[in-house]
Design a protein around this ligand. Sequence first.
Ligand code: LRH
Ligand code: MN
Length: 425
Amino acid sequence: MKLKEKIQELNARNERHVHQLSHLGEELEVKGVNVDRIIKDLSDFQVAVPSWALGAGGTRFGRFRIGGEPSNLEEKIHDVGIINDLTGTADAISLHIPWDIPDDPSATKQQAESLGLKFDAVNSNTFQDQPNQAHSYKFGSLCNENKSVRDQAIEHNSEVIDIGNALGSKAITVWLADGSSFPGQANFRRTLGHTADSLAQIYQRMPDDWSMFIEYKPYEPNFYHTVIQDWGTSFLLANETGDRAYTLVDLGHHLPNTNIENIVSTLIYQGKLGGFHFNDSKYGDDDLTVGSIKPYQLFLIFNELIYGMNNNVADNPALAWMIDASHNLKDPIEDLMQSLDAILVARAKALLIDQEKLKVAQLNQDVVECQQILQDAYRTDVRPLVAESRIKVGAALDPIHAYRSLEIRNNLIAKRGMDSSASGL
Ligand code: LRH
Ligand code: MN
């Protein structure tokens, strides 16, 4: 029996869900909420799964195998197919090159389409040296003082665009480790200038309907300066590079206590927000499960996203939603499904915010009422809406329960063994 049929069987036992949904529906209708509109919004909301996060992640201190890991692109696409069947929220894959170069792009595209999947932004990699590479990226790639290193990195990004183009992708994400680890090591102005010039050359290589996402990060692997260290630097480079260049916000790429929702609001206001790498963190770029550490911040970010796109004065394009996480302890498929659930829960709560009432309270400078409106939405248990949005598209009422009761990991281990390992972080 196919996975989708087994899911329908499991979903059949849902009396408790039906009761919870009708109770919540009554509560929300009293408040004038259009419940069906929210459930439809959640069903339509799709997030791309990173191809580099389908195996066990690790740190320099160690990596612990989980068994049944996908050891090639075909198996990775298969696993994203499982995640999408169970959640109905993951109809795209974001590839990282060269970790996941398709041997036969048309066969890869076909396999993905047969599973109802497409390819979101492709990611270049000039933060690692590949075997037989002419020039090292040890001292940077697009920012390197040495032109032949920059040209090599520009060429790599051009190859990534060609691969993405063959798969039907429409965007490239450029994240650069470029920077320095000691004062005096780098000239800030020359390295930023080289980067701007290199991005402009890559931009010229993009098809006219493609976008470039410029991802910023304050530190790691360089620990004194990073060329594209913050949203402001990415924003100025996006403006300098072209109309189809945007800033990508990775939630883990902020110094402690940064107000990310304020950054999101400003970028949409300027029409320069390209998309997200969703994850969560306690300290640095921890790449933890979305919503596992700061779920209220994620809710506040979605509030700005919903308000911003409903008042889209600068014609910000539709956003690219992607997860970027690393699974050091959890089963990657379970971890990704928890992240997808947390994203839908945060979005559902934010959709409950009465934006009109909030505006009135803000204009009246009624600070208490403003918080009351936000937290009334945040404190609403929206899980029945999220579950119903999955059931509506044939996915599992409870993906983790379905995944475990169908013993999917054990079946993968039986097929692939305990020692198979996935490329990626
Ligand atoms: C850098 C980053 C970037 C990817 C990498 C896998 O920290 O967030 O998005 O290239 O992780
Ligand atoms: Mn990222």
